[in-house]
Design a protein around this ligand. Structure first.
Ligand code: NAD
Length: 280
């Protein structure tokens, strides 16, 4: 089975659109999302454009603040403080990566945790690992929602997360733990990745290496979620060898059209959640 991320993301956006209509009639305002984009990174520009487009489509008041590559760190931090204090702004997102002269950690820590739609603030990271209510990073949340489309109850499943980034692998592992999975986290120093993957009921691949996960690494009937987005000469491919693995797995996400659309839909979801938390 191929998991249709586009359709599942579109359903989530429809649900959020209805939510926003209700919010508007009750509060006379709509959730606001402010995105800060520094520099001219082509991939970041596309991501931000899509975030803006989908936000507007569902009724979120979306604003993009663009700065040149050489902007001073202080200017960005001051803008975040201004947005923290702006009642019309429910969520703040600073598009990563940032130029080297801007301290990413400082930027993330300046965003107020209640407006941290990406779930990267250390307070929100701590909340997630403590099992408390928090904003969950968008890509792992999207992966979990895709998994739940296939299997409502993940309890007792053996999940192998490939990659341990703060953006994807680590929060993904925390989310799966919350679902009572037995979780193995693997990374670049893992000795025998194949022997870990072959034991998995669920594989989440978030590495950035084209087609790393092969057909003979995957147990029959496993669910495979491919986070990877890799540009190759033959187009965009994931971290999973789709042709091989789709013959073995019970369900698999395609690239593109799997996790990618869910990431944006979950950003919109987090913006609405931030609004609800501050207005309830
Ligand atoms: P990252 O570079 O921050 O982390 C990669 C991780 O992979 C590291 O933890 C590293 O230890 C691990 N790794 C590297 N080589 C490995 C190997 N040979 N075996 C096992 N593990 C290995 O990357 P990231 O930001 O987590 O992104 C991962 C991929 O996901 C990239 O392709 C990125 O473009 C993509 N991505 C997709 C979305 C989406 O919405 N679909 C969102 C974010 C990132």
């Amino acid at each position: 089975m191929i998991i249709d991320g586009k359709k599942i993301a579109s359903d989530l956006r429809e649900k959020l659109k209805k939510n926003i209509i209700e919010i508007k009639s009750k509060f006379k305002i709509v959730p606001g999302l402010s995105v800060i984009l520094v520099g001219e990174d082509p991939a970041s520009k596309i991501y931000v454009k899509n975030k803006e487009k989908f936000s507007k489509e569902i009724g979120i008041d979306s604003k993009v603040i663009r700065y040149p590559e050489n902007i001073e760190e202080k200017t960005v931090l001051n803008k975040i403080i201004e947005l923290n204090n702006d009642k019309n702004v429910s969520g703040i997102l600073v598009q990563l990566p940032l130029p080297k002269h801007i301290n990413k950690q400082k930027v993330i820590e300046t965003i107020h945790p209640s407006k941290d739609v990406d779930g990267f603030h250390p307070i929100n990271v701590g909340n997630l690992s403590s099992g408390y209510d928090t904003r969950i990073p968008c890509t792992p949340l999207g992966c979990l929602l895709l998994l739940k489309e296939i299997e409502k109850n993940l309890s007792g499943k053996h999940a192998v997360v490939v990659g341990r980034s703060n953006l994807n692998g680590k929060p993904m592992a925390q989310l799966l733990l919350r679902e009572n999975c037995t979780v193995t986290i693997t990374h670049s120093k893992t000795k025998d990745l194949k022997s870990e993957c072959i034991k998995a009921d669920i594989i989440i691949a978030a590495v950035g290496i084209p087609k790393l996960i092969k057909g003979n690494w995957v147990k029959k009937n496993a669910i495979v979620i491919d986070v990877g987005i890799n540009k190759t000469e033959s187009g965009i491919v994931g971290d999973v060898d789709f042709n091989e693995v789709s013959k073995i797995a019970k369900a698999i996400t395609p690239v593109p059209g799997g996790v990618g659309p869910m990431t944006i839909a979950c950003l919109l979801n987090n913006t609405v959640e931030c609004f609800k938390r501050t207005n309830s």
